[in-house]
Design a binder for this molecule. Sequence first.
Ligand code: RRO
Length: 311
Amino acid sequence: MVSIATRLGGFSFDNCLMNAAGVWCMTKEELAAVKDSVAGTFVTKTATLDYRAGNPEPRYQNVPLGSINSMGLPNQGLAYYLDYLLELQETEPNRTFVLSLVGMSPDETHEILRRVEASDFNGLIELNLSCPNVPGKPQIAYDFETTETILHEVFSYFTKPLGIKLPPYFDIVHFDQAAAIFNKFPLKFVNCVNSIGNGLYIEDEQVVIKPKNGFGGIGGEYIKPTALANVHAFYQRLKPEIQIIGTGGVLTGRDAFEHILCGASMVQIGTTLQKEGLAAFERITEELQAIMAEKGYEKIEDFRGKLRYMD
Ligand code: RRO
């Protein structure tokens, strides 16, 4: 029997596949649909303190090799997602779900996290340090000083299981510097990667999304090599208590297999879920299990992180 069960942050999940934040997670109805699919869990759309309408449309476009988006952090506000998660704690006490969040300023991030800390929420929390699409706001995790300050402040009061969503890094020195910072904190996981920020896609001499004159985060097939590199770079550098979620370019079971081979304990599906719908979870689950069966692996720990190098 092949199992793709996993553990993350001390919790168990019967499937290591789930949605990536931003896809199928804006409303309770979408979240319930992911919950009731074969996915192991769900993560909410990144919540800010208050409702946000986000950027003007069109703000997401599927393209042949992936997607481009500049959504601008549209979401229902923290209370909406927190209320739903608390409701699920009553109705589905044996499952664990993930709340994604970030403030529009460090103060707002602390306000949100203090509310989560004070609540009865007992699941996982993902702090999004990598939104590329709010005009005038740089991706937090590209500023190492600010990132360290925020994490230092957060862990002075926050005691619940917390991980961070990271942008892709592109330089070995940046992997070293970022990992040295993350290793100072009791993080449960890092999630590699958010979309590759500020790409530009053109059709008929025109951009394909309206905000930011067409600049937007790139997802899908384009980004798998970058995602795998980030997963593996952090797997090599982080203390073992900090697990890795692999996100980026998962179209097939083979892609999920490669993320796990690079060290991922959980694998998230974004653009493919947007393009294909919930059936993607079943298909990719079956493809991943078939690859494992063929190779004689019974569980994901049999090959997780075991990427082979050349001599
Ligand atoms: O809402 C967005 O524009 C968005 C976010 Br918060 C994010 O983290 N990543 C992304 O590609 N889009």
